[in-house]
Design a binder for this molecule. Structure first.
Ligand SMILES: [Zn+2]
Length: 171
């Protein structure tokens, strides 16, 4: 049921419709803008025309509200499975659902085939989200650590005795 409170967050009531409206807003946010508090850069996560620029998560925090939303993975019309995600990620995931065919997204007649399509697309989007969230930070960390170890111990640092004893890589 939709809240009549004009100050309530529309994404909580209808995340896809809100994301569609926000796609227009995202264009007005512009590329290269970032949240002045946390550095968030994804356009869907930024609040258009906020001054200074701020993201939805930082606004929720400043208001003492939860930063988590329930994301309907396959779309509300296709499956009731939902997972808690931070609001900025919810904005981005809902933006991905807006790229699905409208008939699948809305599934007005409750077609089981369109529901299956929604489940597959939602699973795919969520796996990609988790891959980015859980794995994408690691390569940069490893590259920086390699640079650090090379500057400390020289090239081929992994062949030093202490590392061989630790890892067994040189044995
Ligand atoms: Zn922020």
């Amino acid at each position: 049921m939709r809240s009549k409170n004009p100050n309530s967050d529309p994404i909580a009531a209808d995340p896809i419709a809100a994301a569609k409206r926000k796609s227009v807003a995202a264009r007005s946010v512009g590329i290269g803008n970032r949240c002045k508090v946390c550095g968030e850069t994804r356009p869907n996560a930024l609040i258009a025309r906020s001054e200074p620029m701020i993201c939805h998560e930082c606004r929720r925090r400043s208001e003492g509200r939860s930063i988590y939303d329930q994301h309907h993975v396959a779309g509300r019309a296709n499956h009731d499975c939902s997972i808690p995600v931070p609001v900025n990620d919810h904005r981005v995931l809902s933006g991905e659902q807006c790229k699905w065919p409208k008939a699948t997204r809305e599934n007005r007649d409750h077609s089981p085939l369109l529901a299956m399509a929604g489940c597959i697309s939602g699973f795919f989007d969520t796996i990609v989200y988790l891959l980015k969230k859980l794995l994408l930070w690691i390569p940069e960390f490893l590259e920086k650590l390699d640079t650090c170890l090379t500057s400390l111990y020289g090239p081929k640092w992994w062949t030093r005795r202490e590392f061989v004893e630790l890892t067994g890589w040189g044995s």
